[in-house]
Each structure stands twice: as C-alpha cells, then as structure tokens.
Design a protein around this ligand. Structure first.
Ligand SMILES: Cc1ncc(COP(=O)(O)O)c(C=O)c1O
Length: 402
C-alpha cells in the first residue's frame, strides 16, 4: 500500500521574488469588507469598475464573431483582419520599419512572451524604477536578477539617462520603456526617446516600448513612439484593448516588432515559436481589434475629458495638502504623489485601508528611490468619490503625523 502521509509541495524558490503589490493588498480590504465597510478603490486600473463603458461597436463585433461560430482556435499569431488593423495602427504611429505583428492574451502575455524569447540565464534587462510590477515578476519567474534604472521625480519622472548609462552591463539585452507611464503618469519627451534609442544602438539593445496608454494623453500632445523615432533599432511596441478601448476583461493585446529585418528575424522566429506553443489568443475577442482601431474613436473624447478633470482634482488636492507633493500626470490614469512621513509607505497604506477604507498602492510596491515614500492613486473614480478618498487620506496624514 502506498503511504498516505501528505508531504507539503513547495513552490519554486524563484517565486520568492514575484510580487504584485496592486493585488497583494486585497487581504486588508477583505478584512474591512467583512466588517461591513465599503472600500473606496483607488488601487486598480480597471476603467470598467467606474463610469466608463466598452464602446458598443466593439461588443457588437465580438458578439457577431461568436454568433458566426468563431469559437474554435485562431491562428497562433492572430486572425488576419486583426493583424491588418494592427499594421495600419503601426503606420499611423509612424512606425515605418514594422517587420511583424502578433496578437496575444493581453499585453501581459506579450510581455511574458517577448522577454522569454530574448533572455538567457545570466542576461539582464533594464526596467524602470518605479515600474509596472509585471516586468519584475516575469524576470523573477525566469530566475533573472533585476537591473533597474531610475525615473527622475525632479525631472517630471523622465528616465534618468545617466543612470541608464551606468547600469548597462555586457549582459544587458534590452530596456523597458513604459510610455505613458504607470505608475507616474509621465510621458517621454522626443529628445529623451532619441537619447534612449541612441544608447540602444550603441549597446545592441532591444527596446520594449509599452504604449498601452498611448491614446490617453491628457494635455493635447500626442504620444511619440520610440519605434517611429528610431526605425533602425529593434523595438517591440506593445498595445491592446484594455485601456484605450476599455475592454480589459477581453484580454487582448498585441506586439509590433520593428527594426532592420536582418537584425530581428531570428528573434522573431523565437517569438513565433512561443506563440505557437500557447496555441492562440482569445478568438472571438480578436474581432474587436479592427472595430477598435478603424472604427469610431468618439469614446476617447469623453474618456480624456473625465480623466483630465480627475487628474486636475488630484493635483489640486496634492498641492493643498501638507506632507504631499505630486508631479502632474500627463497621460494614463495614475498619479504617484510623494508623501513626507516618518514611517514606511506600506504601513501608511495598510492603515489607510483599515482606518479610512481607502485603497491606494504603496510606492515601495513599485520600487522607488531609497528614502522616498509615495503612493499610487488611480484617478478613474468620479469626482465625488475622489474628493471623499483624498479627504480621508488628508485626515490620516494629519491624525498620524501631526
Ligand atoms: C504599463 C502596463 N502594461 C501592461 C499592462 C497589462 O495590460 P493587459 O490588460 O493588456 O494585460 C498594464 C495593466 O495595467 C499596464 O499598466
């Protein structure tokens, strides 16, 4: 008879470094909810939780696809009409050297797949600090060390070029640029993009340009794609339906691989291999890509207007609140206010949930310069909710650190 003694199955040691602070705070929220309190959620960047709706013509396209029987597996790189629409989008973004495009289950999968296709054990990849935590999680999953470069708060959270130069090692294979940025809301200037592209050229780096928020620019300018600025440099530009098109639950993202054909062919073969290994992205939802990229864009006017008002409210609050300062976000729907407090921002955020029932994410969950403290606020909620939440944050700062 086999022994019935149970032995604990341990998770891979690599996972010790996988953190996702945005969702890791949920246990405190559960505690508060069990006590019957309603949480004000300024922590998760899902527009559908608030007064934003997926454009109806996208829903119609997916519904039609399902009714038309598009419910089996799709081709691994994506359905042809979606790939065509993404090529068109690449052209509109000024990317003249696109070599290939492919559809994934959200940008989350694009990131996982493109990093996995590039990096060998011992390689490193430059990621911003603060960063969107998926990048460090994927690198940890692959057993790779983190190599972070600073975003400079004193320069509107632009990447700190001198730090990037310092951090490039003989094993550095690429650099991640999140533009517009999560968690800071900053948008890269053209000279900055040119300077980063030049470093990539000199050191033979692949640029991962996460532009998932590229249509959510709040101040009238447009998002410049680094792939457009540097057509000769290998770049994978990430985009998707989750943010610009308000459909995060559909899990649709894509990658645009650009650069000189001779330089990126082998890398593309690696990407295609991984695309085949995971069969395909969600099939009926891919029919929304053409509808999104080539159909009416009217919803964006309303989305940007709401976000602009909510951003302004956030910045006004930060300016008028003792111990708080904030670089005004120029894109996406995140602000990253700095807080001058004598304890860790993780403690502050935990107490904010438990005492005031407001959820934000601590700056240390994204990485930040030692000694500085921040929190990330998602300004998707309506003005009334934001006003209540910010008043509660102000109160806790006053009560705890008067
Ligand atoms: C910068 C950034 N990249 C990627 C993602 C993931 O996007 P998706 O929903 O397409 O997986 C997010 C989601 O919040 C994000 O903020």
């Amino acid at each position: 008879m086999p022994s019935t003694q149970t032995r604990e199955i341990t998770a891979a040691a690599r996972l010790q470094n996988v953190r996702y602070a945005i969702r890791d705070l949920a246990c405190y929220a559960d505690e508060v909810a069990k006590q019957g309190h309603k949480i004000l959620p300024l922590n998760i960047g899902d527009p559908i939780n608030f007064d934003f709706q997926t454009p109806p013509h996208l829903i119609e396209a997916v519904y039609k696809a399902m009714r038309d029987g598009k419910n089996g597996d799709a081709p691994s790189p994506g359905i042809e009409e979606a790939l065509d629409a993404i090529r068109g989008e690449a052209a509109r973004k000024g990317i003249s050297s696109a070599q290939d495009v492919f559809v994934t289950s959200g940008v989350s999968e694009t990131v996982d797949l493109c990093l996995t296709a590039l990096l060998n054990p011992g390689d490193d990849l430059l990621i911003p600090s603060p960063d969107y935590p998926l990048y460090s999680a994927v690198l940890a999953k692959m057993g790779l060390k983190l190599n972070t470069y600073d975003l400079n708060e004193d320069d509107g959270w632009q990447p700190e070029l001198s730090d990037i130069k310092k951090k490039i090692t003989p094993r550095t294979r690429g650099i991640v640029l999140i533009n517009p940025n999560n968690p800071t809301g900053s948008v890269c200037t053209r000279p900055m993009l040119e300077a980063i592209a030049e470093l990539a050229r000199q050191h033979n780096l692949v640029i991962f340009a996460d532009e998932i928020y590229d249509k959510l620019i709040l101040d009238g300018d447009t998002c410049i794609s680094i792939a457009a600025v540097a057509p000769d440099v290998p770049v994978v530009t990430f985009g998707g339906l989750s943010k610009n098109y308000l459909a995060p639950g559909w899990r649709i993202g894509w990658g645009i691989l650009s650069g000189e054909a001779s330089a990126v062919t082998q890398y593309n073969d690696g990407i295609q291999k991984l695309l085949r290994a995971r069969l395909c992205a969600n099939h009926p939802e891919q029919y929304a890509i053409k509808a999104a990229l080539e159909g009416p864009q009217d919803h964006l006017i309303d989305v940007r207007k709401k976000l602009r008002n909510r951003r302004d409210l956030t910045v006004r609050w930060a300016k008028s609140t003792p111990r708080v300062s904030c670089v005004s976000p120029r894109g996406a729907f995140y602000a990253f206010p700095r807080i001058d407090i004598p304890e860790g921002d993780e403690v502050f955020v935990r107490e904010l949930i438990l005492q005031k029932h407001v959820m934000v994410v601590h700056g240390s969950g994204f990485g930040q310069k030692p000694g500085t403290k921040h929190f990330r606020s998602v300004f998707l909620p309506d003005e009334q909710t934001l006003t209540r939440a910010y008043a509660a944050i102000g109160e806790l700062l006053q009560e705890r650190y008067r």
